[in-house]
Design a protein around this ligand. Structure first.
Ligand SMILES: Cc1cc2nc3c(=O)[nH]c(=O)nc-3n(C[C@H](O)[C@H](O)[C@H](O)COP(=O)(O)OP(=O)(O)OC[C@H]3O[C@@H](n4cnc5c(N)ncnc54)[C@H](O)[C@@H]3O)c2cc1C
Length: 390
């Protein structure tokens, strides 16, 4: 049995649902999701722009984040406090269901419990028959089958993300980033308020095989005694592959490595690119290459900046990181970051900071915390300059 459609979207996560909604106005669009009730591999943290873009209603907001705390060894701590919310924790499972429902309302045909099992140009094979589709969108997550079938590459640096829900309240408006100690250089942990009475505590690391062990050490060091309710793990695809389109194929979201390299957050970038993916997919196979250009114009430099920030993070020794955090706490830079910080667009914030003469003197204390200019030059060599704020 075969069916003719204009666009087939594989994967009903946020990127797939938003792509299907955007494509549905331009032609017959089918959205396939093989595991609609899968547990969310996500802490649900989004920024202000992310909330707007995803139109997340208040009832799906679990917490508003006004404080960001950075914690290191030896009680090194930095806290940035804002009078307005800088981020939101969303109920990720509810958000996914809502976005699929919106795709349906926009006209997409949603097929839950149906998996794509193979592809050749113009034809998608599924567990419920064949779809003759001139354009297939791979929104099937970090281990994308569609990318594999179409011979497209893999992300530059896949990290392992592992997270537990802890029965521990903690401050309801505070997101924490934890580094050093039992956490290897270049890896980081987080603690974020979750559903009532819980916190999500997770780790992103390139030490994939030891991820569970490292997280258990983080738990005993920083959250000892708190009960673990559930655990999830997944890949975080840092750095997009060289190409995200092929003959009649478009990749979006995690499948395209559209995540913030410095934090692993993928909801905002995926949502931004999904609209472009849906519009170009609906325009037909001859237009898919426009998607590559359009999404890289929008996010390419921001991702480059994130990759540079990640490289810098990996170069900093634990002691240097501790000294920078200490020094930041005693300068006006911390107040600037608390006021202007934007988790969706950190490159723009850095550019604003660099162009503010009142802060240049403060920057000098960071230079001396790092041991002087020659070390700073060494750390920054080969890293790129941030782009203009969008
Ligand atoms: C531990 C952890 C915590 C995270 N926390 C955050 C956070 O706080 N904030 C944030 O912004 N990001 C976070 N992320 C990243 C975020 O979860 C992802 O970027 C986001 O889910 C990507 O959305 P997506 O739609 O591209 O892919 P996914 O959400 O992975 O959806 C892909 C979908 O495709 C389906 N699928 C796969 N193959 C097939 C097939 N062959 N046929 C049919 N369906 C298929 C899957 O079942 C899945 O539902 C986190 C990631 C991890 C691992």
């Amino acid at each position: 049995m075969s069916e003719r459609v204009d666009v087939a979207v594989v994967g009903g996560g946020p990127a797939g649902a938003l792509t299907a909604a955007a494509a549905a106005g331009g032609g017959r669009t089918v959205l396939l999701e093989r595991a609609p009730n899968r547990p969310a591999r996500c802490a649900g943290l989004i920024g202000v722009r992310g909330r707007e873009l995803l139109s997340v209603p208040q009832e799906h907001i679990l917490a508003e984040i006004r404080r960001l705390r950075v914690r290191g060894p030896d009680d090194v701590k930095l806290e940035l406090v804002s009078s307005v919310p800088k981020g939101f924790v969303v109920d990720r499972a509810a958000l996914d269901r809502l976005l699929v429902e919106r795709a349906r309302q926009a006209g997409a045909e949603v097929r839950l419990g149906v998996a794509a099992v193979g592809w050749e140009p113009g034809r998608l094979f599924t567990t419920a028959g064949r779809l003759d589709a001139p354009v297939v969108v791979g929104a099937d997550g970090p281990c994308s089958d569609v990318a594999h079938w179409a011979g497209l590459g893999r992300p530059l640096e896949p990290l392992v993300g592992i997270q537990v829900a802890l029965e521990e309240e903690g401050p309801a408006d505070c997101a924490e980033v934890i580094f050093g100690g039992v956490i290897p250089q270049g890896s980081f942990a987080w603690s974020i308020p979750g559903a009532e009475g819980c916190r999500s505590v997770g780790l992103a690391t390139d030490h994939g095989r030891e991820a569970a062990l490292i997280l258990s050490r983080v738990l005993s060091e920083h959250f000892s005694g708190a009960r673990v309710i559930r655990k999830v793990a997944g890949l975080i695809p840092v750095g997009p592959p060289r190409m995200t389109v092929g003959e009649g194929v478009v990749l979006v979201g995690d499948a395209a490595g559209q995540v913030k390299p410095w934090s692993g957050g993928g909801l905002y970038y995926g949502a931004l690119c999904a609209r472009l993916a849906g519009e170009t997919a609906a325009a037909g196979p001859e237009h898919v290459h426009e998607y590559e250009r359009r999404w890289r114009e929008r996010l390419g430099e921001e991702i480059e900046f994130g990759l540079a920030a990640r490289r810098l993070m990996k170069r900093l020794s634990e002691h240097e990181a501790m000294r920078v955090v200490r020094a930041l706490g005693s300068t006006r830079l911390a107040a600037f970051l608390a006021r202007e910080g934007d988790i969706d667009h950190p490159a723009g914030v850095l550019r604003d900071m660099l162009s503010c003469p009142a802060l240049w003197g403060e920057g000098l204390s960071l230079v001396s915390a790092l041991g002087g200019w020659s070390r700073v030059r060494q750390l920054l060599s080969g890293l790129r300059v941030p782009p203009d704020k969008a």
